[in-house]
Design a protein around this ligand. Structure first.
Ligand code: FES
Length: 140
């Protein structure tokens, strides 16, 4: 092996090592970002008589409360989820066609948070709801 061939093999090995190292740390960094953005300890109450929550009186309507989206499904049940999409962590989740939807890259999740296409394959964190008269509790 001459000097030129040796240097060529050395640079290919270094490039491979750097690439593999980046894949591992980039994935870890992405997971940490998702964990930071998604609020997994949620507990708040919404007054449905408050006009600012009026969208929740209509089936298919939704509102945002901090990092949470709350919606009324087509059957009149209240559902809630994080508004941070599991695809690329964008806070763009909306409620559309009786499912969670992210318009950034068209990720779809059913009401239970299960991904419905490739972009939604990591599923979506959903929260519990409990209706007591006109008060809607949303909690994890
Ligand atoms: S960030 Fe939601 S689909 Fe890509």
């Amino acid at each position: 092996m001459d000097r030129k061939e040796f240097l060529s093999k050395l640079s290919m090995g270094a490039a491979f090592a750097l690439t593999v190292g980046c894949f591992g740390s980039c994935k870890k960094e992405e997971d940490q970002t998702q964990a930071t953005l998604v609020d997994d300890s949620v507990d708040f109450t919404i007054d449905l008589t408050d006009p600012t929550n009026g969208n929740l009186l209509n089936n298919g309507g939704f509102i945002f409360n901090g990092s949470v989206i709350v919606a009324k499904d087509v059957n009149g049940n209240y559902v809630a989820a994080t508004k941070v999409c599991s695809h690329e962590n964008l806070p763009d989740i909306v409620f559309r066609n009786n499912e969670w939807f992210c318009p950034a890259h068209d990720a779809r999740f059913n009401i239970n948070g299960q991904g419905q296409n490739d972009k939604g394959k990591r599923n979506l964190l959903v929260y519990n709801t409990e209706l007591n008269g006109d008060l809607l509790r949303v909690y994890s």
